[in-house]
Design a protein around this ligand. Structure first.
Ligand code: NAD
Ligand code: TYD
Length: 360
């Protein structure tokens, strides 16, 4: 049996990863460590509550004693670190927690894994162990109109979020370079799919449009993101765990670059058609003040993971976006619960003061 200590699995991608892995393998055990921040939602895991292969632990990746005791108790073969503060706008509003969770939390996990897996006298590592850091293409900064991020593109993060992820990546690299720790780093492009917290572009726009609320497009809306269906990201992480070469970085993306305004218009068209609601139309679009330091374009070159590990994306954007919209429509209660309370307050502070570009 293979044991995974996976962090952050009450969040968007981690939730999908747990479901993906439990559906694919029988003989595994997943220890899921999650602090249940605003972005963590145990409801996402309700259907696997009684599955003995999944053990949920409520706790923080920065907690030395807890993480050491989990590694001692369960002796994981893999530690996969999804846990993070993940929203760029929140990082601009308050960077400190991004340093605490994304940098210090990652360093704590690395150090606890090293304590358990490394024989300092022999300078050897226990066989079959690996640490996987789930990172992002945002560590590479922004592209111009042409070119792609490869694994050798220099790190050039701009936002506090991407800077904290780049810092964490460098510590993972340092543990590999200094102690020869078995590691991989994955850097994926923007994910979309079910269970994504509605502070991110796609679920936010779906929820607002459905409720006839304005659709806040930052600046001219011509910023480009490279969208990947979340299950394809999870498939890639599984392949990196199984076959990734020690110390290597793998970029993950499906060559699906779209300007934000295209995404918003696609959501409007799909929702209007599905709900037969003429009030859902492009007059809901409101161009608002741009994000500070907004990266103009991301685009991943996935040649390495394709050629070395045989990964390819299975879901096209056209299929994935329809599946995603249908899921949010069918799960309105989920949306209502996560958009109440704290999130609602956050929404008001984030958008109330944002100047409407049309008012200038
Ligand atoms: P998310 O914000 O939806 O979920 C993060 C999860 O981590 C939540 O369940 C939260 O409770 C948990 N968490 C936060 N701080 C914690 C702490 N200190 N200890 C334990 N748990 C904690 O994020 P996501 O979109 O699922 O992203 C997961 C990972 O993938 C992140 O590392 C992110 O940087 C990376 N990533 C995300 C995307 C994307 O498009 N969403 C793309 C590439 C990489
Ligand atoms: P987001 O989903 O926050 O992901 P990231 O910033 O990590 O790429 O944003 C995706 C793009 O959508 C980004 O260019 C910012 C833009 N955006 C808007 O235009 N309006 C919004 O309300 C949000 C949340 C994002």
């Amino acid at each position: 049996m293979i044991t995974y200590l996976v962090t952050g699995c009450a969040g968007f991608i981690g939730t999908t990863f747990v479901h993906y892995m439990l559906a694919k393998y029988t003989d595994i055990r997943i220890i899921n460590l999650d602090a249940l921040t605003y972005a963590g939602n145990l409801e996402n895991l309700k259907d696997i509550e009684s599955d003995e292969r999944h053990v949920f632990v409520h706790g923080n990746i920065c907690d030395k004693e807890l993480t050491a005791s989990l590694i001692a108790k369960y002796d994981p073969d893999f530690i996969i670190n999804f846990a993070a503060e993940s929203h760029v706008d929140r990082s601009i509003a308050g960077p400190e927690i991004f340093v605490t969770t994304n940098v210090l939390g990652t360093v704590n996990l690395l150090q606890r894994a090293k304590d358990a897996w490394y024989d300092a006298g022999q300078k050897t590592w226990k066989k079959g162990k690996k640490f996987i850091q789930v990172s992002t293409d945002e560590v590479y900064g922004a592209l111009g109109a042409t070119g792609y991020f490869t694994e050798t593109t220099p790190l050039d993060p701009h936002s506090p979020y991407s800077s904290s992820k780049a810092s964490a990546d460098l510590f993972v690299k340092a543990f590999h370079d200094t102690y020869k720790m078995p590691v991989n780093i994955t850097r994926c492009s923007n994910n979309y799919g079910m269970w994504q917290f509605p502070e991110k572009l796609i679920p936010l726009m779906i929820n607002n449009a459905r409720n006839h609320k304005k659709l806040p497009v930052y600046g001219d809306g011509m910023q480009i993101r490279d969208w990947l269906y979340v299950e394809d990201h999870c498939k890639a992480i599984d392949m990196v765990a199984q076959g990734g070469i020690d110390g290597e970085v793998y970029n993950i993306g499906g060559h699906n670059e779209r300007p934000n305004i295209f995404i918003v218009k696609t959501i409007i068209a799909q929702l209007a058609e599905r709900l037969k609601d003429p009030q859902i139309n492009e007059s809901l679009i409101e161009h608002v003040e741009d994000r500070l330091g907004h990266d103009r374009r991301y685009g991943i070159d996935p040649a390495k993971i394709k050629s070395d590990l045989g990964w390819y994306p299975e879901t096209t954007f056209e299929t994935g976006i329809v599946k995603t919209i249908d899921w949010y429509l069918a799960n309105q209660e989920w949306m209502d619960r996560v958009t109440s309370g704290e999130y609602q307050k956050y929404y008001e502070t984030m958008y109330a003061d944002r100047e409407r570009l049309g008012d200038k």
